[in-house]
Each structure stands twice: as structure tokens, then as C-alpha cells.
Ligand binder design. Structure first.
Ligand SMILES: *Cc1c(COP(=O)(O)O)cnc(C)c1O
Length: 378
């Protein structure tokens, strides 16, 4: 099945964002490492192409949520270290040389036994609770990490935690000081792994860098605040006008008659709907760029189709390219805009729309030269 929604992914922007993050973190700690988070198909940007680009630029680590995501990367011949964030997989982990994040002592025991049987020692990262309330060792933390450190055939390479509200420096500093305390306790026991707690938003917080950072959204060009100089969004989403209809004042548009034309109108029909991840919540709220101008979404968004008001853009023609996310002329729609119209966050916008779109990768060569490559996965 071929849908019309096209995502253009600019890998040059991705790498520029990567270097920007690197320069910020190296400013705080010269030897800090980058664990690039490529979970959820690299936030909808395509994990294989994104990971290949990052690997070429010497990323230290890739981070994925689940084993299948790691397997996809290994099968695509991506060889750099991969941190498995949320998975208890054992056999495949050894087979494909993945690094587990241990968030439960029983998992550690199983890993240790399996490693012993195989006669290998594997690096592991241990996750600890500091205030996220999600995963991680949460009782007698120092003691439990010590137990894991003493298990045979496991080497604690990293100890990590996760910020729950990186936008709040006060709350974050509490989480950071809990991790610092643990670091002290472990150090007194002679356990000195690398420490990391920072997601994208944490990168600018005091003392949050430790030895590594785990940026996700910032790699793709978004900060958790509004605009951030130094990073650029990587994804542009486009489709085209399927039809334009001239309708008199008083005509109901789409399911539920939630919009009735208030004047003689030009109504455009575009082939995108909630099946593409274009939230139904955007009905009568969203905008789409046509010929460099913003056209409002009118009526209820359907599974495959959305209607827009083109009355003020009479120059629009059938088959014209329209921009769902990105810029054209003076107009721009960001994942923040769509998120605010749909009451959600840019993460959900990117993963919802990006994962379903047909992808085209742009490698900016010099100035205005582009090198297009279609993705193989449809
Ligand atoms: C998703 C995730 C990140 C990345 O978060 P961003 O806000 O996208 O930078 C980092 N660490 C963990 C454990 C995550 O789950």
C-alpha cells in the first residue's frame, strides 16, 4: 500500500545537531560521551539511516527501547555499541553484542548466569531511581548495585538515572544530587563506572552531564523549550492537493457537519488522515501550508483525508505540494505548533507522523546541492 505522505529527513541537520550537543557537553566535561537515542524508529525519522549517519560521525553509543529495534540495527550492519533501555532479552543480547540496562536485580542474576555459561564477561549499565518513578533499582540502591558489581561475568560500565522534569532546575538538582551521592557511595567501594542522567533538556542543567548524555529529541532538532539557536528540525512532511471544490455558503464539510462554510468557498482535499498519524484532534484546529500561505483545516479529519479552506489562496491548484510540517516562503509549521493545536508534545507528533510517512533522505552536499535517496522500507 502506498500512501501519499512524504517525509524528507535532512541528515545534514541531524549531524549538525549532534555536533552542537557534543560541543555543549564537551564544554562541561571534555571526556563526556554521547548516547544517541534512536528508539521509536529514531523518533519517526528512520532508525537505520539515522544510526548509520551517527555511526559515521563516531557516536559513542546508540540507545534503543526494545530488542527488536536493536536487532534491526545490527541486521543493517550497524556495529557501534547499543544500549538496550527497556528489555529483559538475554539470548539475543549476547548474540548481537548489545549492552543491557539492568533495572532489576533478578535480571542481573539471569544475565550473570548466562554469561558464566557462555564464558564471557559483558558490560552492563545499571538504572537507579532518583525521582522518575518508572524503572530502576529503588531500595538500598548502593548495596544492590554493589551486589551486581560482585556478580560474576558482569562488568558495570555505567550507572544511570532519568530526569522526570528537566525543565525544572530545582527538582532536577535534587535528582542529580541523589545520583552524586550514589556515585560517592560506589566510589568508596571501589566501583567507578560512568554516570549519566541527562536527556536533551538536561544538557544545560548544572552538573547534569556527569560522564555521558542521552539526547533524543534535540538530535532531531527540537528542544523541550520553544526555539533553540544551534539546532534545526530534520523532518519536513509533505503531501499534495488531491482535489479543490468550489462550494456555496452553507455547505457542511466532512463527518459530523462540524464545519459549515460561512461564505462561498474553495475547499481543498488532501490525502492525509488519522491513519497517517495526523491526529483527529486537529479537526478545525490545524493548519497546512499551501503556496506559502497557511490554510486552516476545516471539518473533521477522516481516516485518509483532510479538508482545508483555500478560499483565500485561489492560486492553489490540484496536485500542488502542501506542507504539513516544515516551512515554505515566510510560513512555517513546527512540531511544536502541531503539538499545541492537538494538545500534545512534539515527541508524539514526530513519532506519529514520521513513522507512517514514506521517507526520503537528504544529504546536503554543499550549498544548494542535494543528494536524494529513497528509503527501501515502504
Ligand atoms: C527517551 C529517552 C531519552 C531521550 O530523551 P529526550 O527528551 O528525547 O532527549 C533519554 N534517556 C532515556 C532513558 C529515554 O527513555
Amino acid at each position: 500500500m502506498s500512501r501519499f505522505l512524504q517525509a524528507e529527513i535532512n541528515l545534514k541537520s541531524l549531524i549538525d545537531n549532534f555536533h552542537f550537543i557534543k560541543s555543549v557537553t564537551k564544554g562541561a566535561n571534555k571526556s563526556s560521551k554521547i548516547i544517541a537515542i534512536v528508539k521509536a524508529d529514531a523518533y519517526g525519522h528512520g532508525a537505520i539511516e539515522v544510526s548509520k549517519s551517527l555511526q559515521k560521525n563516531n557516536v559513542d553509543y546508540l540507545g534503543v527501547a526494545f530488542y527488536d529495534e536493536a536487532l534491526t540495527l545490527r541486521e543493517a550492519k550497524i556495529e557501534c555499541p547499543i544500549l538496550l533501555l527497556f528489555d529483559r532479552e538475554i539470548e539475543g543480547l549476547f548474540k548481537h553484542n548489545l549492552t543491557p540496562v539492568i533495572f532489576d536485580i533478578n535480571h542481573a542474576k539471569e544475565l550473570s548466569e548466562y554469561a558464566k555459561k557462555k564464558g564471557v564477561t559483558i558490560p552492563v549499565h545499571v538504572k537507579v531511581e532518583t525521582g522518575m518513578g518508572r524503572l530502576g533499582i529503588y531500595e538500598n540502591i548502593c548495596e544492590q548495585v554493589k551486589k551486581i558489581a560482585n556478580m560474576s561475568n558482569l562488568k558495570i560500565e555505567g550507572v544511570m538515572s532519568h530526569l522526570s522534569l528537566a525543565e525544572d532546575p530545582l527538582w532536577s538538582s535534587e535528582q542529580i544530587s541523589r545520583l552524586k551521592e550514589l556515585k560517592k557511595c560506589l566510589s568508596s567501594l571501589g566501583i567507578n563506572p560512568i554516570f549519566h542522567i541527562s536527556n536533551s533538556a538536561g544538557i544545560f542543567l548544572e552538573d547534569a552531564i556527569f560522564d555521558a548524555v542521552r539526547p533524543g529529541i534535540m538530535l532531531y532538532g527540537y528542544s523541550t523549550g520553544d526555539v533553540l539557536d544551534g539546532i534545526r528540525p530534520c523532518m519536513t512532511l509533505k503531501t499534495k492537493l488531491l482535489d479543490i471544490r468550489k462550494l456555496p455558503k452553507g455547505t457542511p464539510i466532512s463527518y459530523g457537519k462540524t464545519f459549515i462554510t460561512k461564505r462561498d468557498s474553495l475547499i481543498g482535499v488532501i490525502p492525509i488522515g488519522y491513519a497517517d498519524g495526523y491526529f483527529r484532534r486537529l479537526s478545525n484546529r490545524g493548519f497546512i501550508i499551501v503556496k506559502g500561505k497557511k490554510a486552516p483545516v476545516v471539518g473533521t479529519i477522516c481516516m485518509d483525508l483532510t479538508m482545508i479552506d483555500l478560499t483565500d489562496i485561489p492560486e492553489a491548484e490540484v496536485e500542488d505540494e502542501v506542507i504539513i510540517l516544515g516551512s515554505c516562503g515566510k510560513e512555517k509549521i513546527t512540531a511544536w505548533d502541531i503539538a499545541s493545536w492537538a494538545d500534545t508534545i512534539p515527541y508524539e507528533v514526530l513519532t506519529s507522523l514520521g513513522s507512517k510517512a514514506k521517507k526520503k533522505y537528504i544529504y546536503e552536499m554543499e550549498g544548494m546541492h542535494y543528494d536524494f535517496r529513497e528509503s527501501k522500507k515502504s
